[in-house]
Design a protein around this ligand. Structure first.
Ligand code: IFM
Length: 442
């Protein structure tokens, strides 16, 4: 079977600043919460840090050549807030702006469309010291940052995303403590989620003013939450799981307030939601970015801070995530049915496997090849069913710093030898090149 994608379908790959840039203390960059967290012993696998990462800060020209070699049409990257505003607000660091300006020009010269994300988890530490995302002032500082970034890059960046996966920023960072800043408070998590959404909503008109020709959207991590059985308690657990992860973010963005069942479940004061906030959060968007990896299957014992989930298939990635390709189709169809946004992009999709360099010098990542084919086939099915899916970004361009897993999990379609910084295009990268070139799967 041949799956032809629509003409103009955009093919890209994605990365994030802290995961690839390195150069953590160069050219005036300020400390971020991930610098602080990764330098705290015991927080990250092997005490790995992003100090050097893929050294992209110095190797971005070669990395653009690599993108050309792969045939990429678009590149989704994030901007490190603390490179531009080392304290999160106030004094601007021109060298930080220059770095992203050169990167964007380099991409345009190479015929690659720049997709920028403003916030991919690396809050300036100075803002965390003033309360972090649970504080409203962080949302105010974000608007200042969005203003400066879009004033300088808005004429050239085709598409802006305000936030990447605010649910993970709030939940892993302020409730579960497994991400920076490592806190474990439900109240902080809830306030953080609100201020992240507010920061997004306030930034949208700023981006529209400074970048009138660009698309503006936000990126959420979304997945189907299904029940392990038809029993009513399992069904309710799945509904709640969906509420906490998906609807908590989708509903306010779609102008529907926070979901009543989840508000009742948390049963906490939400006094930080002020008059006008929900209107701001519901600013109309050009697209919704969907990061999708796996589904979650629930048992009834799930609670606010612990989901009881079931491993359904033995086909898993190195993250322990189920390989379930229909999930990408299911989530896209559901979004289009229940929350029609004008357009969707898969802004991340991919898998970690234990890749090795073979004797022939290549990386034969057969499982990722299969994953890519199957997930793309299902994305195509969603398009065929009428979902306005406009593009796909593989996660990730490069193996990189996988947050609390350090360098122990490889998601790239390009292998990185961290000692030598050699890059090797994996078999999945070769397959991707073919798909991009032909705009179809065979
Ligand atoms: O590496 C992350 C990325 O930063 C955000 N989305 C999920 C990826 C894999 O865990």
């Amino acid at each position: 079977m041949t799956d032809h994608f629509p003409d103009g379908f955009l093919w890209g790959a994605a990365t994030a600043a802290y995961q690839i840039e390195g150069a953590h203390d160069e050219d005036g960059r300020g400390e971020s919460i991930w610098d602080r967290f990764s330098h705290t012993p015991g927080k990250v696998f092997g005490n790995h840090t992003g100090d050097r990462a893929c050294d992209h800060y110095h190797r971005w020209r070669e990395d653009i050549q690599l993108m050309q070699q792969l045939g990429l049409q678009a590149y989704r990257f994030s901007i490190a807030w603390s490179r531009i505003l080392p304290q999160g607000y106030g004094k601007v660091n021109q060298k930080g702006l220059d770095f992203y300006s050169c990167l964007v020009d380099g991409l345009l010269d190479a015929g690659i469309v720049p997709y920028a994300t403003l916030y991919h988890w690396d809050l300036p530490q100075a803002l965390q010291d003033r309360g972090g995302w649970p504080a409203r002032s962080t949302a105010e500082a974000f608007v200042e940052y969005a203003e400066i970034a879009s004033q300088h890059l808005g004429d050239r960046v085709a598409s802006w995303a305000t936030l990447n996966e605010p649910q993970v920023s709030a939940q892993a960072g302020y409730l579960q403590g497994r991400h920076a800043p490592g806190h474990t408070s439900l109240d902080e998590m809830m306030a953080a989620s609100h201020h992240l959404l507010l920061a997004h909503g306030w930034a949208v008109p700023v981006l529209r003013r400074n970048a009138p020709r660009a698309q503006v959207g936000v990126v959420l991590n979304l997945q189907p939450h299904t029940a392990a059985s038809s029993n009513e308690a399992d069904q309710l657990a799945a509904r709640l799981g969906d509420g906490m992860q998906n609807r908590w973010y989708l509903d306010p963005l779609a102008g529907r307030n926070y979901p009543a069942d989840v508000v009742a479940h948390y049963d906490r004061s939400m006094a930080y939601v002020l008059s006008g906030d929900l209107e701001a959060i519901a600013a109309p968007l050009d697209y919704l970015g969907v990061n999708h990896y796996f589904r979650t299957v629930h048992r009834s014992e799930s609670t606010a801070d612990a989901e009881v989930t079931v491993q359904v298939s033995s086909d898993k990635t190195e993250m322990g995530w189920e390989v379930y390709p229909p999930g990408i189709q299911e989530i896209l169809l559901r979004l289009h049915r229940e929350y029609p946004f004008p357009a969707y992009y898969i802004t991340e999709n991919g898998a970690a496997f234990a890749d090795e360099v073979s004797e022939d010098g290549a990386v034969h990542d057969a499982q990722r090849v299969n994953y890519l084919r199957e997930y793309l086939h299902n994305a195509h099915q969603a398009i065929a069913a009428g979902v306005p899916l406009k593009g796909y970004f593989a996660w990730s361009l490069l193996d990189n710093f996988e947050w609390a897993w350090g360098y122990s999990r490889r998601f790239g379609i390009v292998y990185v030898d961290y000692e030598t910084q050699t890059r090797i295009i994996k078999d999945s990268g070769r397959l991707y090149t073919k798909i991009v070139k032909e705009n179809r799967l065979k």
